[in-house]
Design a protein around this ligand. Structure first.
Ligand SMILES: CC(C)(C)CCc1c(C(=O)O)[nH]c(=O)[nH]c1=O
Length: 309
């Protein structure tokens, strides 16, 4: 059974990645990921120009079927991650994730990557904030289009986009129409489901401190939304744009479902945080068992071949 996959011209020995933000902020975490046998690649925490502590705690909370977070982009700063993916002893392909706090910051970071020696993949987190009074960039179609136009005027290295979930078929049409105009290496869908709320009954309080308790929801509870976004975008995006399926993967079955919907690679976030690196080996093995039972030898045997009733 062959679990290898690729994004554009980058080959991965297996299809699993950490979701950006999980187990990828510090050098220790990155080294553990780099040396982990059961993940084919490594994604960095979304980097901002300067290092950030992020939001006040508590800013992450486990839920019965997932997680809620309002981390606030804690990271070591862009130069740290650029150095890591450029200089460390690379054992597997890397995806350098960036999230400026404005379009100008995003452009500045991308100029630095374009001018650097880095030859790996880059991923722009489109959940980054927009100008005050406007929704996050990915929910502002005109601004997203304008930003991508300005980026591709100078950025010539492989670039993917991390998207939040959409919940309206017209929105799938709109974002795909925009993305199809650009030579993207990939789309990574989904980011956490924005602005969820969780309440502690005993204390009658929110469980998160930042943002009045509103936070992004991930984990098993996000799987139906993640599968819908992978399927809808696979149906609409040019075949040249690969898809990283992220959201709700806790078992080999979930990974199998993402691939059936069209995912080229699969990220694990909440489950990786809760279970640790062992999640990669377990989910690898579970997926292999499913493929063996069905007589599949490679991911291409079933990728995107979701049947309809
Ligand atoms: C939500 C932002 C802070 C704008 C981006 C960083 C981010 C965070 C975060 O650092 O709070 N959490 C997520 O689940 N997804 C993200 O993309």
């Amino acid at each position: 059974v062959d679990l290898s996959s690729k994004i554009q011209n980058t080959q991965f020995k297996n299809l699993f990645l950490n979701a950006s933000g999980i187990h990828c902020q510090s050098k220790k975490e990155l080294e553990e990921l780099m040396n982990d046998h059961y993940s084919g690649g490594l994604v960095t925490k979304s980097a901002t120009p300067n290092s950030r502590f992020g939001n006040p705690l508590p800013r992450y909370h486990s839920l019965p079927a997932g997680s809620i977070n309002s981390m606030g982009l804690p990271n070591e700063g862009f130069q740290f991650y650029l150095d890591y993916v450029t200089h460390s002893n690379i054992q597997k392909p890397t995806i350098l994730s960036i999230a400026g706090m404005s379009k100008e910051e995003d452009l500045e970071l991308l100029h630095q990557i374009q001018d650097s020696k880095y030859q790996g993949l880059t991923e722009l987190n489109l959940s980054c904030p927009n100008v005050i009074g406007k929704p996050q960039m990915a929910y502002d179609f005109a601004s997203s289009n304008q930003m991508l136009k300005e980026i591709f005027a100078f950025f010539k290295k492989p670039l993917g986009i991390k998207l939040p979930p959409y919940f309206d078929l017209v929105h799938f049409d709109k974002i795909a129409k925009i993305l199809n105009q650009y030579p993207l290496s990939h789309v990574n869908t989904i980011n956490s489901i924005g602005n969820g709320m969780w309440v502690d009954i005993e204390s009658e309080s929110t469980v998160l401190k930042p943002k009045g308790g509103f936070g992004g929801v991930g984990g098993a509870i996000a799987l139906p939304t993640a599968l819908a976004n992978v399927r809808a975008l696979r149906q609409r995006l040019n075949s040249s744009i690969n898809i990283i399926g992220t959201g709700g993967v806790t078992t080999g079955q979930d990974a199998f479902a993402h691939i059936l919907c069209g995912a080229d690679m699969v990220s694990i976030g909440t489950q990786l945080y809760e279970e640790g690196l062992g999640a990669f080996q377990r989910i690898n093995n579970e997926l292999i068992e499913i493929m063996k039972a069905k007589g599949y030898h490679s991911l291409d045997d079933f990728r995107g071949k979701l049947k309809e009733q």
